[in-house]
Design a protein around this ligand. Structure first.
Ligand code: DHB
Ligand code: FE
Length: 284
């Protein structure tokens, strides 16, 4: 594993690239995709680019700026970030269009498999002095027919400074990453802290595109989860907080109304929240 020593786009990008190569590249069977499909998809994408160039009279100076930028996205290791911010949400939409259970959304670049097992009622691994508002989350995992599922919830999220362990420096390896197994009746109770909104790195090539276009780099605060249970399609989703200023203009277009939490602030300042999951059975 790359040890992250700096909070730079290149350091986060290198970790995200290595993570992808380790977890996902072995399963990306490009060579097994039929030639006709590769040809059709590649032609259509190229043709969309050609149309844009013609319609907007793109110049050589602009073409070379694009070439320089694409080279930098690669050398900064920012392809995972670029793709997960601007492309993944549509892939996710297509992949889950026939589901009737809970809504999914993008996984993003910062999932790490194998987080520590915590049981059904526990606090996620965190530092002794972890800053941030405590969040007490209770819920239940069921199948779409209502039967309880003793499933697993993998939870990972940024800290109160918007930083993810294993991708930002000086955080314990599994900080704010844990796997919870529901009780036989499907219920679980998780204590964590409220993450800060996340700004995608601004010092790399994705940040330069954002600045050049006059966009902003923010994702609203979010909890990432993967929910899985025997005989059911795994769910990858994110949960959001209703008062976040970026819920309506998420740079990664991953917010859906069904994913909004309804936290209740308690007398001690902590928040209580209830959120359940419904999983679709495996396809026959
Ligand atoms: C990115 C970061 C996230 O935390 C996320 O959920 C999606 C995308 C990114 O930096 O690309
Ligand atoms: Fe995220």
């Amino acid at each position: 594993m790359i040890t992250v020593e700096e909070l730079t786009a290149a350091a986060a990008g290198a970790s995200a690239t290595e993570r992808f190569r380790t977890d996902k590249s072995p399963f990306t069977a490009v060579t097994e995709t039929p030639k006709d499909r590769v040809s059709e998809l590649a032609r259509e994408v190229l043709s969309a680019l050609h149309d844009t160039i013609r319609r907007h009279r793109v110049t050589y100076a602009e073409y070379n700026a694009l070439k320089a930028w694409l080279i930098d996205v690669g050398s900064d290791g920012e392809w995972p970030l670029f793709l997960d911010v601007w492309i993944e949400h549509v892939v996710e939409e297509v992949a889950t269009e026939h589901r009737s259970g809970s809504k999914g959304t993008i996984e993003g670049p910062y999932y790490v498999p194998g987080s520590p097992h915590c049981g059904a009622r526990a606090t996620i691994p965190m530092r002794d002095d972890e800053p941030g508002t405590p969040v007490h989350w209770t819920g239940r995992i069921s199948s779409v027919d209502g039967s309880p599922l003793q499933g697993d919830i993998e939870l990972w999220h940024a800290d109160a400074d918007g930083r993810y362990s294993q991708f930002a420096p000086n955080l314990p390896e599994w900080n704010l990453r844990g796997t919870f197994t529901a009780d036989p009746d499907g219920t679980f109770e998780i204590t964590t802290i409220r993450p800060a909104p996340y700004e995608i790195p601004t010092d790399g090539s994705c940040g330069r595109l954002i600045a050049a276009a006059g966009w902003h780099a923010w994702r609203p605060a979010h909890l990432h989860v993967k929910v899985s249970a025997v005989g059911h399609q795994p769910l990858t989703t994110q949960l959001y907080f209703p008062d976040d200023p970026h819920n309506d203009d998420d740079i990664a277009s991953a917010v859906k109304p069904e994913l909004m939490l309804e936290p209740q602030t308690q007398a001690d300042g902590s928040q209580k929240v209830v959120y359940d999951f419904l999983l679709d059975p495996e396809k026959a």
